[in-house]
Every structure is written in C-alpha cells, then in structure tokens.
Design a binder for this molecule. Structure first.
Ligand code: CA
Length: 250
C-alpha cells in the first residue's frame, strides 16, 4: 500500500477527477498481459489505454502523449525498440518515460533497449508490485506533478486530495470542468495547449464536445480566478490555444 497514489484513495474523487489521473499507455499484443497491466494500473488510480500494435501506438502518440509508456519489445506493425527510437526523435515525446517489457534472457537486447532511450526495463514474467513501484518511481523522478497531491503555480495552488483550489489564501469556486481544466494547466505551466489537446485531456477523447466549449470554460475559469486587479494567468495564444502564463508564474 505504500506505493498508493494519495489522491486516488477516495473512489468518489477518483471518479470525478477521472480525466486528470496520470495516464499510462500500454503497448502490448499479448492480451493476458495487457489485461493484467490494465487491471493493476487502474486499481492504482491510473487512466490506462491499451494498444496492441506498434504502428497504431506510433499514430496514437502523435495525437496524445501519456504520462508514461509501457512498451512491449516484440509487437506487430512496428517493434517496441524501433518505436522507442522514433519517439526520442520527436520533441513531444523526447522525454516521455518509457518502460520496456522484455522477454527473459535477452541480455544484449536489454542493453540495446536502454541505449535506444528506454528509461527502464522489466523482464517478463514480471512481478506486478515491482512493476507498479517502477512506474511510480519513474513518474516521481520525471514528472512529480503527476503523482503529487498538491500542485502550485505562482499564487495558484490546487489540492487533488481535497479537490480544492486557491489563489493566494482565497478558495476558488470552480465547477468540476473548470477544476480539471486548471489542474491540466497546472501540470504543465508555460506549455501551450491547442483546443483539441484540452478537449482530449480534460473532457476525454471519447466524448464529443465542440471546440468552442473550451473557450466557454476557459472564460469561466478566468472569471473564477481573477478578482479585482489580479493578473490573468491564462494566456490566449492566437491560432494555437491557451497556456498558463509563464510571466505570471515568475
Ligand atoms: Ca509481444
């Protein structure tokens, strides 16, 4: 239990904040292993997407980048090792944490895996608790925001455990969508998100919502966090989207 994510202990909160849970993409063609990984990762509070082919995973990763990738070595379409190599060449996925799943006894292959840019590897058959510990260890190291309960950016703070957000000491009154939107921005301050990326990340890709909906909720979020002469921390980037402003954060 010591590896549990503190913000996902309460199932009600987990359900409400579903789109905001750290995301793990599992690329694995063996159904039993994929199922085992999905079950255990979801039980730990991760949002999981399973893809069974290397080439499909490459396409999907061009649309959306998860917080971590669990990548099998031998895959139809495109091998895990080649996918990993390609991911390292793209800016968007250069630093995506990757754990390779390899078969036992492929010592030289394992070394190649690390050389190609995987952050870690796990040998099949693997121990589930050990794999979960590796997943969380890597996330803590590479992207502490995904596993910490409290996010801070400038004078904004957000507590995932209590589902409350503050500007200075003032508690913000946010609707559920505005809360998730703020959380999404606070995980990557300074990064510009397109409306489509915000839709995928905040509303989820299975829900059809018009892109103008994003503008409506960004407007509501601004209204909730700006009082009097306070600065507007959300920057509108013409032709690109929105970001939590760098200047405001300094
Ligand atoms: Ca395989």
């Amino acid at each position: 239990m010591e590896h549990g994510l503190s913000d996902d202990r309460n199932p009600g909160l987990a359900a409400r904040g579903r789109a905001m849970n750290p995301t793990v993409m599992v690329v694995e063609d063996e159904e039993a292993i994929a199922l085992l990984l999905r079950y255990n990762l979801e039980a730990e509070g991760f949002a999981v997407e399973v893809i069974t082919r290397g080439d499909d995973a490459e396409l999907r990763l061009q649309e959306q980048v998860p917080d971590l990738l669990l990548l099998d070595w031998m895959l139809p379409g495109l091998s895990g090792i080649e996918l990993c190599r390609r991911l390292r060449l793209r800016t968007e996925t250069q630093r995506l944490p990757v754990i390779m799943l390899t078969a036992r006894g492929e010592e030289s292959e394992r070394i190649r895996g690390i050389a190609t840019g995987a952050d870690d590897y796990v040998v099949k058959p693997f121990s589930v608790p050990e794999l979960m510990a590796r997943v969380k260890g890597i996330l803590r190291r590479t992207n502490p925001e995904t596993v910490s309960a409290r996010l801070v950016a400038g004078d904004l703070s957000l507590d995932r455990a209590s589902h409350r957000a503050y500007r200075n000491e003032r508690e913000l009154r946010l609707g559920p969508t505005e809360f998730r939107l703020l959380e999404f921005f606070m995980r990557s301050p300074g990064r510009v998100f397109s409306r489509e990326q915000l839709l995928n990340g905040v509303w989820g890709r299975d829900i059809y919502v018009d892109e103008r909906t994003v503008d409506v909720h960004v407007g509501r979020l601004r209204k909730a966090i700006i009082r009097g002469r306070e600065k507007d921390p959300i920057r509108t980037v013409r032709g690109a989207g929105y970001s939590l402003d760098d200047k405001f954060l300094n």
